[in-house]
Design a protein. Structure first.
Length: 142
């Protein structure tokens, strides 16, 4: 089952490049040289999409969030989606049954016109994964 989840996550990778056309191993994004402002609702929409997939939606703690706007994004082998597309990246931890929080994992969200197109979440193993790679490609992870 874990292998299936990792395979699905790998299919869902997208990368973002700043101010130029750029092909990445996992996807492609074109950004305009003139930066657009990130919609004020983008981070909340990304957090809501991540929370919706959790066992305890109110038990998520977010940190290190960043956002950019891209002219278009491409998810792995999927079609190019024209933008503007808000890309939100960051980390979150889920509350465990004892009330504490586990380790932080990376998430990636692509949002167009207020609608979340897709999200990617790393598996928590500590190794770089689809979401981290996409966030790094977007310039939102170190």
């Amino acid at each position: 089952m874990r292998a299936l989840l990792v395979a699905l996550a790998m299919v869902g990778v997208a990368g973002v490049a700043g101010a130029q056309d750029n092909a990445s191993p996992n996807g492609e994004v074109r950004s305009n040289a003139a930066a657009r402002p990130v919609p004020p609702t983008a981070r909340k929409a990304a957090e809501a999409a991540i929370r919706a997939g959790l066992t305890d939606p109110n038990g998520a703690a977010f940190r290190a969030e960043g956002a950019v706007v891209a002219a278009s994004v491409k998810r792995a082998f999927g079609p190019l989606v024209e933008g503007p597309i808000a890309v939100v990246c960051g980390q979150f931890a889920s509350r465990n049954p004892s009330g504490g929080y586990g380790g932080y994992v990376w998430f990636y969200a692509a949002i167009k016109d207020g609608q979340v197109l897709w999200t990617d979440i790393d598996d928590g193993s500590g190794a770089p994964d689809a979401a981290y790679d996409s966030c790094k490609g977007a310039g939102l992870a170190g």
